[in-house]
Design a protein around this ligand. Sequence first.
Ligand code: BGC
Length: 452
Amino acid sequence: MSYLHKLHASSFGPDFQWGVAIAAQQNEGAHLDDGRGLSIWDVFSRRQGKIKGGGKPYEACDFYYRYKDDLMLVKALGFSVFRFSISWSRILPEGVGRVNREGIAFYHRLIDECLLLGLTPYVTLYHWDLPQELQKQGGWTSHQMLKWFTRFVTVCVEEYGDKVKNWIVLNEPMGFTSLGYMMGMHAPGKTGIGNFFPAVHNAALCQAEGGRLIRSTVPKANIGTVFSCSEIIPFTRREEDLLAAKRADALLNRLFIEPAMGRGYPHEENFPLLDKLHLHNKAWKYTERMTFNFDFIGIQNYFPLTVKYNALIPYLHASDVKAKVRKVPHTDMGWEINADSFYRIIKRFWLYGGVKEIMITEGGAAFKDQLVNGVVDDAKRTDYFQQYLSAMLRAKKEGINIKGYFAWTLTDNFEWSEGYTARFGLVHVDFKTQLRTIKNSGYWFRDFLRGS
Ligand code: BGC
C-alpha cells in the first residue's frame, strides 16, 4: 500500500491522544543526587564490554534538572500526553522500607509541571530500573518480588494518585526478563532458564497485582500495561521454519498477555519449554492471580522478525534472519522497517478479544543523525513516522479501538546496552553540553499535529 498521501492528525479523531514517552533511567541522570539509591543499570553499566562505547546512565540527558525545559519542548511540538516512569531507587533507595522524600518531591514537581502545561501524565511504574539493593537479594527471580513491588506501587499510587489517572504497570516484561535474566545482555546480566523462569513468573504476578493495587487506591484510574510485540514471519514455508516461527511467537508475543487475560501461560505444540515454565512455577495455582482486566493495553512494536529453524539455539531452536542479510529497509539498530507488519500486529492483538483499548505506548526509530549548522535533517525518521502512522490509521479505520500514539522518544537518551550510540529522539542532544536541537522529524510532528 502507498503511504504517499498527506496524513492529517485530525483523521485520527479529536480524542486521539498524541504523546511522547521517556523513561527514568534513560533520561534523568542525577543518579546519586538527593538521596537516590543505585539501580541495576548504574551497576551493570560498570561491567566491561556490556554497554557500547562504555556509556553510563549517570547523567543521561539530565532530565532531573532540565525537566521544565524538556516539557516546554513537548508542548512546543504540540503533544498533549507525556509518558514517563518513576525511578524506584529515587523514592525507595533501598527498594523497600525508607521513603526518600526528596525523590517523592521530584515527581510531584514533574507532575505539577505537566498539569500546568496541560500535558496529561501517563506514569509507568516499572521501566527496567530495579534498585540494586533488591537485586542483591535475587531481584526479579526472588519470591519476595511481589511483596517488594507491592510496597513500591503502594507508595506511588498513594502519593500521586490524586493527580495522575493514567497508569502503566510494567514496560515490556518480555524485554527485561529475557534480556536481563536469560541472555545477560541487559541489567542485571543474569543468564539461563534457572533465572528466566522465576523472573517471568514474578513479573506476570506483579503485572496483575499492580493493576489491582491501582484499582483499589486510585478512583477513576485508567490502568494499562505494556507488551512488546513482533510479527513473526517464517523464512520459508518448510515445516521446520513454520514450527520455529510458532515457538518464537509464543515466547515473544504471547507469554505475558495471555496470563493477564486469564488464560495462563501459552501452550504450544513442539515447544516443551513453555510447559516446563508452567510446571516449574506451578502456574496452574496462579491463573487467577496473574489475571487483571486492564482498561487498555500498550503495545510496542519496533520490528517484525523473519525466523528460521536453528538447531544451535537452545530450547527455541529458532533464529532470525537479519534485515541486513535480507536486504530490506532497516533502522540504525538493524531493525526492519515494515509498516504493514505494524498494522498486522495491532490487528492480531485486537483479535485476542477482550482487549478494550489499545494504546501505542512507544514507536520510533534510531538513525545516524548528524547535527550540521544547527540542523538535524533526519528525513528517514520522518518517513518512518509517516509510514507507521498511516498503518495505524488503517487499523483504526477498520474499527480497532486505538486511542493514542506516543512517539519514542522526546530526546536522544541512554539507550540501554547501546549506551549513547543509538539516537531515537525527536530532539537531538549533544551529550557534552546537553544542548537540545529539535530535529526535522520533530518539526514534521509539530506540523502534523497542528494540521498544517
Ligand atoms: C523500550 C525503550 C527503548 C526502546 C528502543 C523499548 O523496548 O521500552 O526503553 O529505548 O525499546 O530500544
